[in-house]
Write a protein that binds this ligand. Sequence first.
Ligand code: BGC
Length: 708
Amino acid sequence: MLNANWIQPSYRLRMRKVCALFRKDFHIDKQVDCANLYVTARGVYEATLNNQRVGDFIMAPGWTVYHERLQVQSYDVTDLLQKENTLILELAEGWFWRLKKRMPKAIIAQLHITYTDGTEQDIGTDESWRVAESNLRFCHLYNGIKYDARHTPVFNTNAKIAKDNTQNMLIPQEGEIVKERERLSVKEVIITPKGETVLDFGQNMTGYLEITIDARKGDKVSFSFGEILDKDGNFYNANYRNAKALYKYTCKEGKQTYKPTLTFYGFRYVRVDSYPTDINPENFTAVVVHSEMKRTGHIESSDPMLNQLFSNIIWGQKGNFLDIPTDCPQRDERLGWMGDAQVFIRTASYNYDVLKFFKKWLNDVKVEQYENGAVPDFVPSIYPRKPRISTAWSDAIAICPWQCYLTCGDIEILENLFEPICKWVEYITNSTTKPNLWFGGDHYADWLELGGKYGSFKGPTRDDLVASAYYANTVNLLVKMGKVLGKDVSNYEELHKNIRTAFIAEFRDEFKTQTEHIMALQFELTDKPQDVADSLATLIRQQGNMIQTGFVGTPYILHVLSRYGHTELAYDLLLRKEYPSWLYPISKGATTIWEHWDGTKPNGDIWPKSMNSYNHYAYGAVGDWMYGVMAGINTVEDSPGFAKVHFTPVADNRIDWFRAEIDTVSGKVSSRWWHENGKVHYEIITPVDSTAIIDGKTYTLTPGKHIF
Ligand code: BGC
């Protein structure tokens, strides 16, 4: 509980337009021992104490299911205090706007001061705080900002206590904080065929633009943001849909620097729409913003395109791990889509330490689960949309904690999610129209699979087959988790057996698409896996050595091929440069993973603007094949957190050398191989007792370096 009240302006600010500033002046005449500022908002906020920004959390308090869980940040402000003090809180909408009908936007803060004489003082938000309109005349998550540097805030009214003044949803900060992480300079100033000036930062990213300008009072500056240029080399951002992503800045007199820190943009290109002076590239910086996560995984090879692919995977993660795992950072979406998160989680958990990040988000998943066990398709959900309960999306509730457990060895995450997963399984069991399978329902299934109608989001893979396969997988994970937690899971073991039997009887190994084969192989839903894998390989060859899979088939296709002796074909798919493939976007200059295999088509046409993100990490899930098969670094289920490692590297003649390393909780694990004198050499470094299979031979490894 904070010794404070939720406050709002007492007059109607042109809310959702002009942002509010809340101010408290106070005097201190004793010696301060320590001082902490606690703040949170129904909206996003920034605090300044005596003109200094408090902390470096961008878009605080982050995004949670606000009416149930709202994180309170605590900042040590001891060093910022003086005799005369001014504390200012700026409030913008952030993620809160879609909940506005449920609760009014407001802010709450408490400054707790301990003096050296042992006395304490609290300064909490209440009606004595003064309110002014901010320079931020407009600030919106999707629509960007309008900022008037000429405006001088006038604190001429008092705050009022907000209508909903309860604090029962307040929780301490749980997730990683979002921070400015990198600064990128302009790579090139482009004059497009249309004659527009476009700044190219050389990298698609998430964050905002910082400008420095020497201007006259009233000069107008305005920019538009885009991820790509069209085939003629002109600026393009129709794929942002309704996200206006405005950046309209009115100058004050003289030299000034500005960056909009209460919203964010997904962009590589910035079109200069209005600018009063000549463009000096040095006056523009792209500030990259994402959740603070420790980088743990690295991959490098002799193949520049593979290196670019890995870089795109990393940038996809940076761009979409901004407090919650989002689908994309640019269009009017930026939501915590469950399907996207689960397909990418293994790669994500090798690239970065994401345990804290996922623990927080999974707590939101937990509170968003319905009474009947249904799990929504994205979390936090938004008002008033009714979620779709879809296979492979809702299943993130089981897949994400299990992967966090495998990568990090954290049991708490399993304990926390076990019951909700049981409820989710119960929901499927109760809602299917065919016992022991999941028939019926409304699924995304193999979303964006190829082979459907032109411009369609779905291909020919059967939804019921995908749903039944994921049902089996989730129950199987539940069994594994239960065993780790020492629970009796015999009923789930039985259920899993029944699903498997029903699946085999229903689908009889007659799989029509790549993804249908993959489901059966990955989730072990066939008695003849080698035959099914061979049939998958034949199908892929018949289809011209081309991947056809969507969201659910893509993360597993290379794994199931290499698992059943088709590693060379898996490498064919990975190294293919023409559409459709992972490297095709790179041939088109991609610096992040695309949502569609053909976001930009070979002839330069662009996918319909209705759904075409150039920063969508889902297909970056191929990263876990690069770690797990190329480098052969694998977790061992009964020794999670890399307490043991199982190495199975497999080289390919088309790549001279390859290396990967993961800084695990058990120490640094690394694997590399190179070709020399017609032979492949392998080097493994393990911090723990491990096993390896190299060229079909099995080895037991002690900690240290091993060369084969
Ligand atoms: C998102 C996806 C998401 C999907 C649901 C899209 O609009 O961008 O990545 O998973 O909807 O199928």
